[in-house]
Design a protein around this ligand. Structure first.
Ligand SMILES: [Zn+2]
Length: 417
């Protein structure tokens, strides 16, 4: 049975594992640091107590296995990460790995014998905070992370991922080939929502329909930096006014998409010369557009860029659009979604289908194997924040759902493809 007191004690323990931060509150458990390793050691102990057979891969990812009655069958894999951002909270990642270990422990205590082997996985280096790139443990397991990248990614002190791995006795030279032997029947990850939707709607569970990925571009507007007193309104080429129109156009165009939704943000806006008595001559905007549907995202980006050109033309402001990135969103298979929805419905909890706006380890698995994610609300939608918080009732609910999902997926007669 899923044990509340055990989970409470484990969350409390993880909260205490943190490097002294730069004076700020919150958890500092950056990938491959001493604090991260201390957390990893603790979680390995929990996996052992759960009756799992442990192994580590060349990247340092930890896998705890419960053998299936037929060891040759594809594995049911579930877990998450335990590294944090600087000044992070106690639930991002931690929820997923503790729920996974508790699930295994509960199954073991029940004397459950899965047909397919079960593997709990602790992914390393999910956060991009230290090396500027995210979900490296998953990418390494799937053979998508190269030795060359390990040399290239560096932290703020200039230490490369390669060096950080070597210092931990790991094998960066093994990167580039899959570290997980496979095959994998299904992958499940539990996570806090990191947004406000579930809390706002009073739902206990979010069934993730897909994981959004950003399209980003920079817009540079060049007008004319004239005297703010001597230039009549009709003779201006004000880059800030053009920028303001673009910000609102991004909002309107994203709002027009509902099925599935899109979000667009101008999170960066610089105006020059930035003095009160000069009309802004240039403006630079950073645009970030996301959706779980590639076509929807591409449509918003295309329409917005067309609007940017129209606005520039009308105002006599020169426009330069520079693409930054265009990542592919990941869809969750309808079969896995239905599978998880059935379990949620049977359990009598309140739920909704929803996209994930943030990236997760699950997105790499979802591209290759049947994969699903379950969200729970977090207080005020806060994440990557010392005040990150989730209710124990919701943690228990989602852990019970995970246990059911794993139990059912481990049967030979459950087809998820
Ligand atoms: Zn996370």
């Amino acid at each position: 049975m899923i044990d509340r007191a055990r989970l409470e004690a484990q969350f409390a323990h993880m909260r205490g594992i943190s490097a002294p931060g730069e004076g700020g509150p919150g958890i500092y458990r950056l990938a491959f640091t001493d604090a991260d390793w201390q957390g990893r050691t603790y979680l390995m102990r929990l996996m052992q107590e759960a009756g799992l057979a442990l192994r580590e891969d060349a990247f340092g990812n930890v896998i705890g296995r419960m053998e299936g009655t037929d060891p040759a069958l594809p594995v049911v894999l579930f877990g998450s990460h335990a590294d944090s951002v600087p000044g992070g909270g106690n639930f991002d990642g931690v929820l997923g790995i503790l729920a996974a270990i508790e699930t295994a422990r509960s199954l073991n205590e029940d004397g459950f014998r899965p047909e397919h082997p079960l593997e709990v996985v602790l992914f390393l280096c999910e956060e991009s905070s230290r090396f500027g790139a995210a979900t490296l443990g998953s990418r390494a397991m799937l053979g998508e992370l190269t030795v060359e990248e390990a040399h290239r990614y560096r932290d703020k002190d200039g230490i490369s991922l390669y060096k950080a791995m070597t210092a931990r006795g790991l094998e960066p030279e093994a990167l580039g080939k899959p570290l997980h032997p496979g095959p994998v029947k299904a992958f499940f990850e539990v996570h806090i929502e990191q947004g406000k939707v579930l809390e706002h709607e009073g739902k206990e569970i979010g069934l993730v329909t897909g994981i959004a990925a950003p399209t980003r571009f920079r817009v540079r507007l060049t007008g004319s930096a004239d005297h703010s007193g001597a230039t009549p309104m009709a003779l201006r080429h004000d880059a800030a006014c053009a920028a303001a129109e673009i910000v609102l156009a991004a909002e309107v165009l994203a709002q027009a998409e509902n099925d599935p939704p899109a979000v667009a943000t101008v999170g960066m806006l610089q105006i020059e010369p930035g003095v009160m008595n000069v009309i802004p001559g240039t403006a630079t905007l950073g645009v970030d557009i996301r959706s779980i549907d590639d076509d929807v995202k591409a449509r918003v980006a295309k329409r917005l860029q067309r609007r940017v050109r129209e606005i520039g033309e009308r105002r006599g402001v020169a426009v330069d659009i520079e693409p930054i990135s265009d990542e592919r969103p990941v869809a969750i298979s309808p079969k896995v979604l239905d599978f998880l929805e059935e379990i949620a419905r049977e359990s009598g909890c309140s739920y909704r289908r929803m996209p994930s706006g943030a990236g997760h380890d699950a997105m790499h698995w979802a591209e290759r194997v049947p994969a699903g994610m379950l969200f729970i609300p977090c207080k005020d939608g806060l994440s990557h924040n010392p005040n990150e918080s989730a209710k124990m009732e919701d943690i228990l609910t989602v852990t019970r759902l995970l246990e059911k999902a794993v139990r059912r997926a481990s049967r030979k007669d459950t087809r998820l493809e």
